[in-house]
Design a protein around this ligand. Structure first.
Ligand SMILES: Nc1ncnc2c1ncn2[C@@H]1O[C@H](COP(=O)(O)OP(=O)(O)OP(=O)(O)O)[C@@H](O)[C@H]1O
Ligand SMILES: [Mg+2]
Length: 364
C-alpha cells in the first residue's frame, strides 16, 4: 500500500531515513484544535500512550495555527518525533478511477494526465500520489488518486518543522479514517459509510470489504450549524456553538411532541435540522454516485459518524430517522484503552481524535 504524499515529503525533508524505534505521532492540525496522538502496540492491540490537543483561538490566521502547534509541541515533550499528518479535506481532491489491469504498465503516465482533468491550477503546482487496488476475480483495477497543491504541502512541512517535529508522511484524512476502522473499530459490517464532521470541513468515506471505495468532502460542516443557530437568535457564532453542544436535538420534538415554536429548544432544533438535512441529502447523493460508479445496487449496512460534531445531542437517532439505516458514533478512545492516559489533560469523549488516531497507527 502506498502512502499518499509520502514520497514527496521524503524528498523534501526526511531524506528517507528509517523511523523504526523513534517516536511516531499522529498530528491533525484541525481548524478548531490541533490534535496529537502517540500510540503503542501491545500484543497487536493499539493503546494510547499520549493524547494532547491545543485549542486554537477563534481567528483563522496562519500565525495562530503555528503558535498552537508550537505550544502543543512543548506540551508533548516529543520534539523531534516523526509525524504522520494530514491536510484539510478542503485542500485535497480525491478520485477513484477504474482501469483495466493492462494499464498498470503505464500507470504513471496515465495518472499524470488524470491529474490535469481535476485541477483548476497549473499542473506544475500539483502534488499527487495514488494507490492501486486490484479487484478480486476480475481484470479491473481501481486507483485512488489524491491531489493537492505544492504550496499547501510546503506550508504544512514548515508548520511541522517550526514546531520542532519531523514531517514523515502526509496523507488524506480518508486514509486515516480507513486505518482506524481496519485496526481498531473493526466493525461487523463489510459495506458502510463513515462521516467525520469537523468544524470547517466534513469528510465522507465509503468502505467495502476493507477497501476505501470513495472519499468526498461534504459541503455541510460544524461552522454552518453554529452560524445557522446564530442567525436564528442573533447570537454570536460562539453562542451558537454552545447551544449546539448543550441543547442539540430535543428528543421530545423528534418524537412529535407539541412544543412552542418560539421556545429556544424548538428554534435550536430547526436551525440544526436545516443544516443536517442538507448533510443527509449530500450523503444520499454520494451513495447514489457510488452505486452508479461501481455498478452496484445494494445499500450500506451502517453509517458511522465521528469528528467533534458527532457529539451533537441526539444526532444519531435524528440521522437514523432521516436515512432509515442504523447509525453509530465512533469515539476512538473507546477502542484504544485510553483511560490511564486521561490524567491532567482530561478528555471526555474523543470523537475529535479519530483522524489523529488513524494517522498515528501508520507508524506501527
Ligand atoms: N460536545 C459537542 N457537541 C457538539 N459539537 C461539538 C462538541 N464538541 C465539539 N463540537 C464541534 O466539533 C467541531 C470541532 O471538531 P473537530 O476537532 O473534529 O474539528 P476540526 O478538526 O478542528 O475541524 P476541521 O477538520 O474542519 O479542520 C466544532 O465545530 C465544535 O463545535
Ligand atoms: Mg478535523
Amino acid at each position: 500500500m502506498n502512502n499518499m504524499f509520502e514520497n514527496f515529503v521524503k524528498m523534501k525533508t526526511w531524506l528517507g531515513k528509517d523511523v523504526t524505534g523513534k517516536a511516531v505521532i499522529g498530528l491533525d492540525a484541525g481548524t478548531k484544535s490541533i490534535k496529537m496522538v502517540q500510540l503503542e502496540k501491545k500484543r497487536d492491540i493499539f493503546e494510547i500512550k499520549k493524547i494532547i490537543s491545543e485549542i486554537r483561538s477563534n481567528t483563522d490566521l496562519e500565525v495562530t495555527r503555528s503558535e498552537a502547534m508550537k505550544r502543543l509541541a512543548s506540551k508533548s515533550k516529543l520534539k523531534g518525533a516523526s509525524t504522520v499528518s494530514t491536510l484539510s479535506s478542503r485542500d485535497v481532491i480525491e478520485k477513484f478511477i477504474k482501469l483495466h489491469s493492462s494499464s498498470l504498465r503505464r500507470i504513471n503516465d496515465l495518472m499524470k494526465w488524470e491529474v490535469r482533468k481535476h485541477i483548476t491550477f497549473p499542473a506544475d503546482e500539483a502534488v499527487y500520489d495514488y494507490n492501486v487496488h486490484k479487484m478480486e476475480n476480475s481484470d479491473e483495477i481501481w486507483v485512488h488518486l489524491a491531489i493537492t497543491r505544492r504550496e499547501i504541502i510546503e506550508n504544512q512541512i514548515m508548520l511541522i518543522m517550526e514546531a520542532g517535529f519531523k514531517p514523515w508522511v502526509i496523507e488524506p484524512q480518508s486514509r486515516a479514517i480507513q486505518r482506524l476502522f481496519l485496526n481498531s473499530v473493526q466493525p461487523e459490517e463489510e459495506f458502510f459509510v463513515a462521516v467525520n464532521i469537523g468544524s470547517s470541513s466534513s469528510t465522507l468515506i465509503v468502505m467495502n470489504k476493507g477497501e476505501l471505495r470513495m472519499a468526498r468532502e461534504m459541503d455541510i460542516k460544524g461552522d454552518d450549524i453554529d452560524n445557522s443557530i446564530k442567525n436564528m437568535f442573533q447570537f454570536t457564532k460562539e453562542d451558537g456553538e454552545v447551544a449546539k453542544r448543550e441543547v442539540g436535538f430535543s428528543m421530545a420534538i423528534m418524537n412529535g411532541a407539541e412544543v412552542d415554536p418560539d421556545s429556544d429548544e424548538y428554534i435550536i432544533y430547526s436551525a440544526i435540522e436545516s443544516q443536517i438535512d442538507s448533510l443527509v441529502s449530500e450523503i444520499r447523493q454520494s451513495l447514489q454516485f457510488y452505486l452508479v460508479q461501481y455498478e452496484k445496487d445494494d445499500s450500506p449496512e451502517k453509517l458511522y459518524i465521528t469528528g467533534g460534531n458527532a457529539q451533537i445531542p441526539n444526532l444519531v437517532p435524528f440521522l437514523e430517522k432521516k436515512l432509515g439505516i442504523s447509525v453509530g458514533i465512533i469515539d476512538p478512545l473507546k477502542y484504544l484503552n485510553a483511560n490511564k492516559t486521561r490524567g491532567e489533560d482530561e478528555i471526555g469523549s474523543g470523537e475529535e481524535f479519530s483522524v489523529a488516531c488513524g494517522l498515528a497507527m501508520k507508524g506501527k
